[in-house]
Design a protein. Structure first.
Length: 237
């Protein structure tokens, strides 16, 4: 049998393969589109809808960004408003405290310059116990007055004692126990009023409950002693 030699052309094979593949793809796409068309699907309309959805998405994203900016502005405005309210509240409390202090001062001087509204003689006008800012260190303030119609000098002494709890036990401390120089009494001498201040050091763990003040006038016409007990919630109240 004779041997037949056929020429081999690789490029022709490749072209045939590529063309066959393209035909298969095109046929598949045509069948796919035909199927969609048969089911009522409109590609052009779908593209339009898709484009509309993309536009809507972009608009919504812009709105969200705008709302975020508005939220940030409102939060900042709220912070500023809260800060302003806090400052106003603080200023109001300061003004109220100043007003109360002025009222106390007014009542204090009225008690001196209005003899028709106050009985003549020596009076214990005010007592305060305030912290000095140091541990266990306080300052007592005793204000004595007499009305202006009294022309003579008021003389005498003030004794101060403090009742409180120490290690759960009730005890009373005198001025000697509470002062560094261990003084027994505070001397006074005035015509209209006098503010007597004394630094006190409370024992460690001592909780004061009440202060007892005794004013002892000196002289035959000095009047009777004045005694007053003042309840204390805590030092400085």
């Amino acid at each position: 049998m004779p041997l037949v030699v056929k020429p081999y052309n690789p490029w022709r094979v490749r072209v045939v393969f590529v063309m066959g593949t393209l035909i298969i793809v095109m046929a598949g796409w045509v069948l796919f589109e035909y199927g969609r068309f048969s089911s009522g699907f409109d590609s052009l309309e779908a593209y339009k809808v898709r484009g509309g959805l993309l536009d809507t998405q972009e608009q919504l994203e812009d709105q969200v960004e705008g709302l975020r900016e508005q939220k940030a502005v409102l939060e900042r405005a709220s912070q500023i408003k809260k800060k302003a309210y806090a400052e106003l509240d603080l200023n109001l409390k300061v003004l109220q405290a100043e007003l109360l202090e002025l009222k106390e001062e007014l009542a204090f001087y009225r008690g001196i310059v209005s003899p028709n509204r106050a009985s003549a003689g020596l009076r214990l006008q005010r007592f305060k116990l305030e912290s000095t800012g140091q541990p266990r260190s306080y300052r007592s303030k005793v204000v004595l007055t007499q009305v202006l119609k009294n022309q003579r000098l008021a003389r005498g002494s003030v004794k101060l004692s403090m009742e409180g709890l120490l290690n759960g036990q009730l005890m009373t401390l005198t001025l000697k126990d509470l002062t560094e120089k261990q003084i027994k009494e505070i001397k006074y001498k005035f015509k209209y009023f006098q503010n007597l201040e004394e630094d006190l050091i409370l024992p460690e763990g001592f909780k004061p409950l009440r202060a007892m003040i005794q004013v002892n006038p000196r002289g035959r016409k000095g009047g009777k002693p004045i005694e007053k007990t003042i309840e204390l919630n805590k030092p400085g109240d």
